[in-house]
Design a protein around this ligand. Structure first.
Ligand SMILES: Nc1nc2c(ncn2[C@@H]2O[C@H](COP(=O)(O)OP(=O)(O)O)[C@@H](O)[C@H]2O)c(=O)[nH]1
Ligand SMILES: [Mg+2]
Length: 318
C-alpha cells in the first residue's frame, strides 16, 4: 500500500547514502516531511522554499486525485505514495517511519498548502540542536499579533481543543493542533502513532508526556486564505474533538485499569461476603459497587461509540 519513490537510480541512492554517512559526524541531518492531500497549487513552491533550510524533503502523497505526487516526484524529492487517502495521521506515521529509516537527526513537519513559512524552520530546529527539547511546536499564540491572522471561529476551536488536549503537557502548550513541528531522533524512536486522522497531533502530545520527552514551543506566523483548509471546518473540528476525548479516555483506562477494576471487585466481594455471612444486603456498599460498575460500563460504551463515529466521519470525509 505504501510505496517510496525518490526518483533515484540505485547507484545514485548508494552515492547519497555514502554522502549522508560521511556528513553524519560533521553536520546534523535535518529532514522536512510534508503530508499532502490534493495540494497541486502549492506543493511546488513549498518544496522549493523548504529545500533551502533542510538536507532532504520527503512528501507523503496521501491518495491525491490531482498532480501533487507528480509535481513532488519531478522535483526530485522523496515521495511516499498511499494508494488511497488514509488520513493526515496515517501520512504522519509513514513520514515518521521513512525519517527513521534514513537516519534523520531532526525531522520537521510542515503543511503542503503553504500556510507554514519554511523560513521559520531553523527556529523550530534550534532547541533540538541545543539539546533543550525533543519536540518543538510552532505556536500561533506565543507572539502578540500572530493570532490576529486566525479566523475567529478557529481561534475559539483551537483554544478549546488545546484545553482538552493539554492533560499530558500540564497545560503548558498553547497550540496543540499546529502541524509545524520538529522532532529529535529520540522522539522519532519513541513515538509510535496509531491515530489515522487529525487526532494525531493530540496523540503525539499525550505520548510525549508518557515517554518522558521534553516539549518546547516557538512562535510562528501561519497565513490563512480561502485554500487553507482541505476539509469542512465542522467535520475537521468534530474529528479532532472526538479523537481528543477518545485518546484521553484510552489513556485514563490504560494508566489506571488495575486500581479501578480491583476496587470494583473488592466492593462486590464485600457485598457478597456480607450477604453470605449475615443474609442481609449492605445497601451502601452495594450501591457504590453498582455505581462503579455502571460508570465503568458507560466509559467502555462511550469509547466504542466514539470510535465508531470517528470511523464514520472519516468515511464521509473520504
Ligand atoms: N496526508 C494527508 N494530508 C492531509 C489530509 N488532509 C489534509 N492534509 C494535509 O495536512 C495539512 C493540513 O491540512 P489542512 O486541511 O490545511 O488543515 P488546517 O489548515 O488546519 O485546516 C495540509 O498540508 C494538507 O494537505 C489527509 O487526509 N491526508
Ligand atoms: Mg491548512
Amino acid at each position: 500500500m505504501v510505496r517510496v519513490d525518490d526518483g533515484l537510480e540505485s547507484t545514485d541512492r548508494v552515492r547519497c547514502l555514502v554522502q549522508v554517512t560521511a556528513e553524519e559526524g560533521s553536520k546534523p541531518f535535518v529532514v522536512a516531511c510534508i503530508p499532502a492531500f490534493n495540494e497541486e497549487l502549492s506543493i511546488g513552491s513549498v518544496i522549493v522554499r523548504t529545500l533551502k533550510h533542510v538536507d532532504q524533503v520527503i512528501v507523503c502523497d496521501d491518495g491525491s486525485m490531482d498532480l501533487t505526487g507528480d509535481i513532488a516526484g519531478k522535483m526530485g524529492v522523496t515521495v511516499i505514495r498511499h494508494e488511497r487517502n488514509l488520513g493526515y495521521g496515517a501520512a504522519i506515521a509513514s513520514l515518521f517511519e521513512e525519517a527513521r529509516r534514513i537516519g534523520s537527526y531532526v525531522m520537521v513537519t510542515l503543511d503542503a498548502d503553504g500556510q507554514h513559512n519554511p523560513d521559520e524552520i531553523s527556529s523550530l530546529v534550534e532547541p533540538i540542536l541545543a539539546g533543550e527539547a525533543d519536540v518543538v511546536i510552532g505556536s500561533r499564540f506565543l507572539r502578540e499579533g500572530d493570532s490576529d491572522l486566525i479566523p475567529g471561529y478557529r481561534k475559539i476551536g483551537l483554544r478549546m481543543i488545546t484545553g482538552l488536549a493539554s492533560g499530558g503537557s500540564n497545560g503548558t502548550i498553547t497550540d496543540s493542533q499546529s502541524g509545524f513541528r520538529a522532532y529529535s531522533r529520540k522522539a522519532l524512536d519513541k513515538l509510535s502513532l496509531t491515530e489515522m486522522g487529525m487526532g494525531v497531533s493530540t496523540e503525539i502530545l499525550l505520548k510525549v508526556a508518557d515517554n518522558g520527552l521534553r516539549v518546547a514551543e516557538v512562535p510562528v506566523r501561519i497565513t490563512y486564505d480561502e485554500n487553507s483548509s482541505t476539509h469542512n471546518p465542522l467535520v475537521h473540528g468534530l474529528d479532532v474533538v472526538l479523537s481528543t476525548v477518545k485518546l484521553q479516555e484510552d489513556q485514563a483506562v490504560q494508566r489506571r485499569p488495575c486500581p479501578y477494576c480491583m476496587s470494583n471487585a473488592a466492593l462486590w466481594a464485600v457485598t457478597f461476603g456480607t450477604f453470605t455471612a449475615t443474609r442481609t444486603i449492605s445497601t451502601n456498599v452495594t450501591l457504590v459497587a453498582l455505581g462503579a460498575t455502571i460508570v465503568g460500563l458507560m466509559l467502555m460504551t462511550t469509547a466504542i461509540i466514539l470510535w465508531v463515529i470517528i470511523g464514520v466521519i472519516r468515511e464521509i470525509r473520504g
